[in-house]
Design a protein around this ligand. Structure first.
Ligand code: MG
Ligand code: ZN
Length: 238
């Protein structure tokens, strides 16, 4: 939903001063985080020559300042949930128990920083899975929105009250389709534009990491500072 639609919407007409502190937005309630490349570092798998999720215990490392970023989001009154495609088990790359091991690492480090994660949601499916029970076209694998819907329902929030933060086009597509505000994590390079032009993937914001994303969210929610939208970022590059 665009800002202008919110401004012109019936809620704004009935109660024009209701969002006086934030002006442009309904009160935001939650942040959905993609996992790999947002919460933990991606890994170069030399044997296969690909950059992908960690598949071994020693490969799992949180990215810098992720626990602090989640704490900051919590301090803004936002719930935080992880929504992650994890086809590694289905493809035979990942031992099922490691998913829980990684989860414990995330939760303990976030807790140590005084932060809280309200839920972790995975899609374990893949259309070409080796493991038969995970071989399906599902409604939860991003860019589908099933994980976001489930998280929002559990948190009792509306999807347009949520941010979706991710480092991949499927994250942006899922976020936009669900009606979330979207934040792309990473370096926005021109090659990406071919996937975003004329599609639902153009993010609301671009940030280099989750800490920067949390700061953008804080700026937007408190009205402090200037949050630079993806559109002005892109036009600045043009
Ligand atoms: Mg990712
Ligand atoms: Zn799924």
């Amino acid at each position: 939903m665009s800002d202008s639609r919110l401004l012109k919407g019936p809620r704004a007409k009935i109660a024009p001063h209701r969002f006086a502190s934030t002006e442009r937005f309904p009160p935001m309630k939650a942040v959905f985080l993609d996992r790999d490349g947002v919460v933990n570092a991606l890994v170069y798998h030399q044997d296969a020559g690909v950059i992908d999720a960690p598949f071994h215990r020693s490969q799992f490392k949180l990215l810098p300042r992720v626990p602090e970023a989640i704490r900051l989001l919590n301090d803004l009154g936002l719930s935080v949930a992880i929504v992650s495609n994890q086809p590694g088990i289905a493809k035979g790359h990942l031992k099922p128990e490691l998913l829980k091991t990684f989860e414990r690492k995330i939760l303990s480090q976030v807790r140590a920083a005084g932060g809280r994660i309200n839920g972790i949601y995975y899609c374990l499916h893949h259309p070409e899975a080796k493991v038969r029970k995970f071989r399906q076209r599902c409604h939860c694998r991003k860019p589908e929105i099933g994980l976001l819907e489930k998280a929002a329902a559990d948190l009792r929030v509306r999807l347009d009250e949520c941010y979706m933060v991710g480092d991949g086009i499927p994250d942006l597509l899922a976020g936009t389709r669900a009606g979330c505000r979207t934040i792309f994590i990473g370096r926005w390079k021109c090659e990406i534009c071919q996937f975003t032009e004329g599609s639902d993937a153009l993010p609301s914001f671009v940030a280099r990491d989750l800490w920067a994303a949390a700061q953008l969210i804080r700026s937007e929610m408190t009205g402090a500072g200037q949050a630079t939208s993806a559109r002005s970022c892109l036009s600045a590059q043009a």
